[in-house]
Design a protein around this ligand. Sequence first.
Ligand code: TYM
Length: 321
Amino acid sequence: MTKRVFSGFQPTGHLTIGNLLGAIRPAVQLQDEADCVYAVVDLHALTVRHDPERLRARTREAATLLLACGLDRSLVYIQSQVPAHTELSYLLESTAYFGEMRRMIQFKEKSAGQEEVRLSLLTYPALMAADILLHRTDLVPVGEDQRQHVELTRDLALRFNRLYGETFTVPEAVHPRVAARVMDLTTPTSKMGKSNGSTAGTVYMLDPPADVRRKVMRAVTDSGTEVRYDPQDKPGVSNLLAVLAACSGRPVESLAHETYGALKRDTAEAVVETLRPIQERYLELSADPAELSRLLAAGAARAAERGAGLLAAAREAIGLP
Ligand code: TYM
């Protein structure tokens, strides 16, 4: 049976090379062998302080970027245009426990020290589970940081099936071999992020080549001079090696550099070359906003149609008329 694949991308900020290497590229590769659905999950971006106009713009930007990366052979749509996500999410909120939501690492990190924590930040993993389960997903290509959320999705699917009868497919996360967690270039002990990371340490997919080169050349490296893959003792150098390996398609072990400077130069060029065709295609696609709207509306209609059967089965199982 052809496997079903789903993944989501939050438009909380501009997409980064972390998103690209951790999830988008693996998603592109899965298109050859699986039935793939990808969404820009704009509802998830409401879990933290946001600006409505900026959210709308970032949502379109993210959708355009996904297509520019080569996901145009998949079903691509915007989450909020398919109401089944929120409907199923409520059934999963009614399956999940407060305790397990509160224990999610991302919830703890994002809520720490904040006075105004949106309730949706706590319930967010139920919506993410709904995204995945709605499409009877087998595989979820994601970066390392989403592992716990996919684990929770599995727990919720199993619990629902046990309580109300076989309804959901139990999904599995898939991570890339390298660059499953791209680190911030200036703080290589924290994840490179759209919104939480530093601008200097984050390479955005739409950064012009000069910015990419500057950011990579200024990346924080480690003490010593030896270029070696050792994420524990050499997080900065190892991060550059992982990015270079992912961008060049060469195994980390085959990369040999005499100096940190040479490694940075190679990495900068590999990132620039990886981004070049994506940025070119992004510009082409952006020239026709009406076509993008049409494509996304058609994608949403198809996604709604595909999800309808599962939603009806879940409603029936849980006891709704
Ligand atoms: P998000 O929007 O933060 O990131 C999108 C994808 O990119 C991966 N990623 C990274 N991979 C490697 N290194 C990094 N520095 C890095 N930063 C981000 C993420 O792991 C993710 O795969 N909750 C999800 C979005 C979501 C989702 C879903 C994903 C909502 N519903 C259903 C899969 C299935 C999130 O916040 O990802």
